[in-house]
Design a protein around this ligand. Structure first.
Ligand code: BES
Ligand code: MN
Ligand code: ZN
Length: 501
C-alpha cells in the first residue's frame, strides 16, 4: 500500500471554468497571456491586487484575489516565479512544491496551474518538473489518523490540472517523474511506518512488491543467510524475536542481461535500540527510521523499473532488528563475517556496519558489480560533522565521487566528500580479532567508513552516511515531513546520467 499523492493531469493553456487558478508571475509583474486575459476580464483586478499587496513576481511571494468579478474563478493565486526559476530545473521543482504548500494551506481540493510565464508556455520538460514538485510536496503520512480536530477536514490531496501549450508532450515527460515520485513515496512510507508494523519480514514483503514491475526478487531467510555464513549480520538480529531477511532485487533493463549491474545496498535496521549497549530513551522513537538506507534502495528500484531504465541494476537490503533480549549479542563477542574476517563487537549499537559488512561482501562475491553504492543511517557523528544539509560521502573512486557530487547538486540531495584514510583504519585494529566495530572518540563517521572499506575490494564504491538527511532532516519546498525519501532522486539521476545504455 503506497500513500496516495495528489493527482496531476495536463490540459490546454486556457483555464476557463476552473475555480482555483494559479498563475506564475515574473518580476516587474510580467504577466503571461492567460494572466493578461484574466486581468482584462476583471477590469484590472489582478494588477490592482498585486500593487496593493506589494507583490511584483519575486520568488517566494504570493498575492491572492478572491471572488473577482468578470471571471468564474473564485480564487486566483499569483505566485512569484522569480527570475531564476527558469534557469534550473530544481527551481521549477521547488516552485511546484511551493504551490502545493499554498494549495494545502487553503484546503483547495482542485486547482488549475497555468504553466506559463511572460515569455509563453513552459515546455514539456519544465511543466513535468513543476508537476514533480507538486507531487513531492503533496505527500502526507496520515494513514493512522482516525479522527481529526474540530473543523479540520481530511488533509487535502488536491486534484491538479496543469494548463500548458502542449499537454500531451508534457504528460509524456511526466511519466518518468511519476515513477520517481512513487519511488520517493515508497521510501518515505517505509521510513515513517512504525516498527511494530514493519519488522524485517514485513519490510521484505513490501520490497518484494517491486516484482510487479518486472524486477526479479529473492528473499533470503535467516537459515539461508546462515548457510552463506553471514554471521556479522545475524549476530545483530539474534537479540530480536523477529528473524532477519535479505532482499535481492534485480532489474534487467540493459540490452544484454549479462551486462554487469550497478549495485545499491541499504542498511535496514527496522528498529535500533542499541542492543545491550542500549541507547538512552530520549528520541529513541526515531530509530524506527534506521532502515532509511534500505527504504531508499527499495524506492530507487521501483523508480528505475517503473520508468524502464535501460540499465541492469541490483538492490540488496539487509533487514534486522537490533534488540536486547536474553539471546542478544554482548559487548566483547567475536563474530566471523561472511568474508572470513573476524569482528570484536565492542559496542552492540554500532550494528549497521555489521549488517553492511556481510551485504557488501555478498554483493561483490555473487554479482561482481560495475560499481556499488551503499546507503545507511550509520552514525550520529556524521551529523556532528555536516549537520542535516549534506549526507557524508566516502569513496574509493574519484570519478564516482564526482558524479555523485554532481548528481547531488542537480537534485538538491547534496553530498559532501569525507576522508577514507589509513589513519582511521588503524583505529579499528584490536588484539582479540581482525578488527573491532568502533574506533576512537572522534571522527566516528570516518572510522565507520574505514570499517566498511575492509569489506570492499577494488570495485568502485561509495558509502553514503544519511543519518542526518533521511529523517528529521531540514524541511524544504519539496518535503515537509519527518521522512524525506532522501537518495532516490540522487541515485536515479546518477544512473540516468552515467550508466544507461
Ligand atoms: N543508527 C545509529 C546512528 C544514528 C543516530 C542514525 C542518530 C540516525 C540518528 C547507529 O546504529 C548508531 O547507533 N551509531 C552509533 C555508533 C557508535 C556506537 C560507535 C552512534 O552514532 O552513536
Ligand atoms: Mn546503533
Ligand atoms: Zn543503527
Amino acid at each position: 500500500m503506497i500513500t496516495d499523492l495528489p493527482t496531476v493531469r495536463f490540459a490546454g493553456l486556457d483555464p476557463a471554468g476552473a475555480e482555483t487558478v494559479v498563475l506564475l508571475i515574473e518580476p516587474e509583474l510580467a504577466l503571461g497571456s492567460q494572466a493578461r486575459a484574466i486581468d482584462k476580464k476583471t477590469g484590472g483586478q489582478l494588477t490592482r491586487a498585486a500593487k496593493s499587496a506589494g507583490f511584483n513576481g519575486k520568488r517566494k511571494t504570493v498575492a491572492e484575489v478572491l471572488g473577482a468579478s468578470g471571471v468564474d474563478h473564485s480564487r486566483i493565486l499569483m505566485v512569484g516565479r522569480g527570475p531564476s526559476a527558469g534557469a534550473s530545473n530544481q527551481g521549477l521543482i521547488d516552485l511546484g512544491g511551493q504551490i502545493m504548500a499554498l494549495l494545502q494551506a487553503r484546503k483547495s481540493a482542485k486547482a488549475t496551474v497555468v504553466a506559463e510565464g511572460a515569455s509563453g508556455s513552459l515546455d514539456a520538460n519544465d511543466a513535468a518538473d513543476l508537476a514533480l514538485g507538486l507531487l513531492l510536496r503533496g505527500y502526507v503520512f496520515d494513514r493512522y489518523k482516525t479522527k481529526r480536530e474540530e473543523g479540520e477536514g481530511a488533509p487535502v490531496r488536491p486534484a491538479i490540472t496543469i494548463a500548458v501549450k502542449a499537454p500531451d508532450a508534457a504528460a509524456e515527460q511526466f511519466e518518468r517523474r511519476k515513477a520517481l515520485a512513487d519511488g520517493v513515496t515508497i521510501a518515505r512510507d517505509l521510513v515513517n511506518e512504525p516498527a511494530n508494523v514493519l519488522g524485517p519480514v514485513e519490510f521484505a514483503e513490501r520490497a518484494a512488491e517491486v516484482a510487479e514491475l518486472g524486477v526479479e526478487v529473492e528473499v533470503l531467510d535467516a537459515e539461508a543467510m546462515d548457510a552463506l555464513k553471514m554471521h556479522a549480520l545475524l549476530g545483530v538480529a539474534q537479540g530480536s524475536v523477529r528473524p532477519a531477511r535479505m532482499v535481492i532485487m534485480q532489474w534487467f533493463g540493459a540490452e544484454n542481461r549479462r551486462q554487469k549491474p550497478v549495485a545499491f545496498i541499504g542498511k535496514g535496521v527496522v528498529f535500533d535500540t542499541g542492543g545491550i549497549s542500549m541507547k538512552p530513551a530520549k528520541g529513541m522513537e526515531d530509530m524506527k527510521g534506521d532502515m532509511a538506507g534500505a527504504a531508499c534502495v527499495a524506492g530507487l528500484m521501483h523508480a528505475l523499473a517503473a520508468r524502464k531504465a535501460p540499465v541492469n541494476a541490483l538492490g540488496v537490503i539487509g533487514l534486522v532488528e537490533n534488540m536486547p533480549d536474553g539471546n542478544a549479542q554482548r559487548p566483547g563477542d567475536i563474530v566471523r563475517s561472511m568474508s572470513g574476517q573476524t569482528i570484536e563487537v565492542i559496542n552492540t549499537d554500532a550494528e549497521g556496519r555489521l549488517v553492511l559488512a556481510d551485504a557488501l561482501w555478498y554483493v561483490q562475491e555473487r554479482f561482481k558489480p560495475k560499481m556499488m553504492v551503499n546507503l545507511c543511517t550509520l552514525t550520529g557523528a556524521i551529523m556532528v560533522a555536516l549537520g542535516k544539509e549534506y549526507a557524508g560521502l566516502f569513496s574509493n573512486n574519484d570519478r564516482l565521487a564526482t558524479w555523485l557530487e554532481e548528481a547531488g547538486a542537480a537534485t538538491a540531495e547534496k553530498v559532501w566528500r569525507m576522508p577514507l584514510d589509513p589513519a582511521y583504519d588503524k583505529e579499528i585494529d584490536t588484539k582479540n580479532a581482525d578488527m573491532k566495530n568502533v574506533g576512537g572518540p572522534y571522527g566516528g563517521a570516518c572510522s565507520a567508513a574505514a570499517f566498511l572499506k575492509r569489506f570492499v575490494g577494488d570495485v568502485p564504491w561509495a558509502h553514503l552516511d544519511i543519518a542526518g538527511t533521511a529523517m528529521g532532516s531540514n524541511r524544504s519546498d519539496t518535503n515537509d515531513g519527518w521522512s524525506s525519501g532522501w537518495g532516490v532522486r540522487l541515485l536515479d539521476r546518477l544512473v540516468q546520467d552515467h550508466y544507461e545504455s
